[in-house]
Design a protein. Structure first.
Length: 95
């Protein structure tokens, strides 16, 4: 059986909702967690949430990324190129 080591991705990231400015966050992170605490349209945030971070490529050039979970849909890009999609709420996945 082929084994590979996946890179865990917790820690310091940047986040933005749509075209808003980047905000530093620590993952795991839930950008709409306050919806239930502060009901009403002013706090009901929806849209495309974008997370970004930087990581070093290992010497052999092979990288597997392990995501602990994503809400409904995740599109994973590497240097601006889409490399994977994941559908399914709150499930871990590896790219």
């Amino acid at each position: 059986m082929l084994q590979h080591k996946a890179t865990e991705l917790p820690g310091a990231w940047r986040f933005r909702l749509g075209d808003a400015d980047w905000t530093p966050v620590t993952v795991p992170h839930s950008w709409n967690a306050l919806d239930a605490v502060h009901p009403g349209p002013a706090h009901y945030r929806r849209g495309v949430g974008i997370y970004a971070t930087e990581l070093a490529t290992p010497a052999d050039g092979r990288t597997f990324l392990r995501f602990g979970a994503a809400s409904q849909k995740a599109i994973v890009t590497w240097n601006g190129t889409e490399i994977s999609r994941h559908l399914g709420g709150y499930l871990p996945f590896t790219v």
